[in-house]
Design a protein around this ligand. Structure first.
Ligand code: ZN
Ligand code: ZN
Length: 485
């Protein structure tokens, strides 16, 4: 076996090692992508109070981004290649799910810049791989639908770019160089090897790195798929490369080439468009330039003509101005002299006025003081007089309004009481007198009657005379005592 043959064989072994490693990452990447999709879909639905299992399949990726969005479509609206039809225009999700999913995916991306162009947002609710594709590099993944259809590079990039995987790895993924970035670089070296050769040393180094990754203690060291891959990689020296392996590796290489071709074609198409747009813009600019130059020429000629006229007019104006200036200076001088003379007079007059004002002021102050003093004395007098007057008035008023009426009222009350009492006494006395009189009359009548009756009884029986006398006295006594009750 020649040296060259060995390196070619190593390249094949390296390619096979990439496939083995990818398969070893299946449970971690495919499994966790599924649970991540499930988790963010559920959180969005719960946050919006939507019924469980609500999905939206109506939003295209294009619908979820405004035109232009930096890194996605930077062309102006009228010729944006991303938003190229009205159906792809920006709008919010009718079910209020996809906008929130977009934000959640963005939050999970290590650099906040998911590869939206890889992904079909209308399947975010139902296919976890459409979300996983947002963490792969741009280009070549738009039509990929599963882990199986995705190459090693796509899978490694999910682990690098999706921060949710950090919890399943023992090393820091956000450092510049780590096992994952090394694993990514191995894929690049093998894919991009123009002569399809890998040295023994490089192959050993590659296999060590892949084994280290697949043995990571946080999760992979206990994962069945990862450990199966480690076993296969450790037999790499004696790797048997079947026709099927060769066929698949070549197939992958072909896909890489075709994807590249497609990207080149797309770039060429875009380039052509840019060139054509540029050409049209240059033509327009030239046309506009010509117009500007012609307009400019006319304007310059006109400006020159106007300038000449202005210069001549200017000359005449300057001469006139000089003449006027001279006159103004002379007039000014005369005016200044006059003003000085007047000023001096004003100052003299002013001085006199001030002196007079001072004298008057002093006099006014003195007079004012005198007036003030006399006003104070006068005021005090008035106040005293008014105070006295008020006291007298108040006393009088109290006497008239309070004391006299009170005395009068008391007197009246006493008199009325006395009168009433007198009347009562009089009335009682009269009644008493009348009663005494009436009783007395009645008594006398009764007494007379009794006496008469007694006398009649006495005359009825002489035999009973003696007894009658005693009886008479008794009756009299009884009657009298009855009267006196
Ligand atoms: Zn756009
Ligand atoms: Zn939607």
């Amino acid at each position: 076996m020649s040296y060259e043959d060995n390196d070619n064989k190593n390249w094949l072994k390296g390619s096979l090692a990439l496939r083995i490693t990818k398969e070893g990452l299946r449970d971690l990447v495919d499994g966790d992508s599924r649970s991540i999709q499930h988790r963010i879909h559920l959180s969005v639905i719960q946050a919006r109070n939507l019924s469980p299992g609500t999905t939206c399949c109506q939003c295209l990726t294009e619908n979820l981004f405004q035109c232009p969005t930096s890194g996605l479509c930077s062309h102006p609206r009228n010729n944006c290649k991303f938003h190229d039809t009205p159906v792809k225009g920006y709008r919010s999700c009718p079910s209020h799910i996809c906008d929130d999913l977009r934000d959640e995916i963005c939050r999970l991306h290590k650099f906040g810049g998911p590869s939206w162009k890889n992904s079909n947002a209308d399947r975010w609710c139902v296919n976890h791989w459409e979300i996983a594709k947002c963490f792969m590099p741009l280009g070549g993944y738009k039509d990929v639908c599963s882990f199986d259809q995705t190459d090693y590079n796509g899978v490694i990039n999910i682990l690098i770019n999706c921060t949710a995987f950090q919890q399943k790895l023992s090393f820091k993924v956000d450092t510049v160089t780590n096992i994952l970035t090394q694993a990514r670089d191995i894929g690049r070296s093998i894919r991009h090897s123009s002569d399809l050769k890998v040295t023994d040393a490089d192959l050993n180094c590659y296999i060590t790195t892949m084994t280290t990754l697949l043995s990571d203690p946080k999760y992979l060291s206990r994962d069945r798929k990862a450990q199966e891959a480690v076993l296969k990689l450790n037999k790499a020296d004696t790797l048997y490369i079947s026709n099927e392996d060769v066929h698949e590796i070549l197939d992958e290489a072909r896909i890489v080439v075709e994807t590249g071709k497609h990207q080149i074609e797309q770039a060429v198409t875009e380039g052509k468009h840019i060139i054509e747009t540029g050409k049209a813009e240059i033509e327009q600019a030239v046309t506009e330039g010509k117009h500007i130059i012609e307009t400019g020429k006319t304007e310059i000629e006109q400006a020159v003509t106007e300038g000449k006229h202005a210069i001549e007019t200017g000359k005449a104006e300057i001469e006139q101005t000089v003449t006027e200036g001279k006159h103004a200076i002379e007039t000014g001088k005369a005016e200044i002299e006059h003003a000085v003379t007047e000023g001096e007079h004003i100052i003299e007059t002013g001085k006199e006025d001030i002196a007079q004002a001072v004298t008057e002021g002093e006099h006014a102050l003195k007079t004012g003081k005198g007036q003030l003093e006399s006003s104070v004395i006068e005021g005090v007098k008035i106040l005293q007089f008014e105070a006295d007057n008020a006291v007298v008035k108040v006393s009088k008023q109290i006497h008239t309004d309070v004391l006299v009426p009170a005395e009068n009222r008391f007197e009246e009350k006493v008199q009325a009481r006395l009168k009433a009492l007198k009347q009562i006494i009089q009335d009682t006395t009269d009644i008493g007198e009348r009663e005494i009189y009436s009783r007395t009359s009645e008594g006398i009548e009764a007494l007379d009657e009794a006496v008469f009756e007694a006398m009649r009884k006495i005359s009825v029986s002489t035999a009973e005379r003696e007894e009658g006398n005693i009886h008479y006295i008794l009756v009299y006594k009884i009657t009298f005592s009855a009267l006196m009750k």
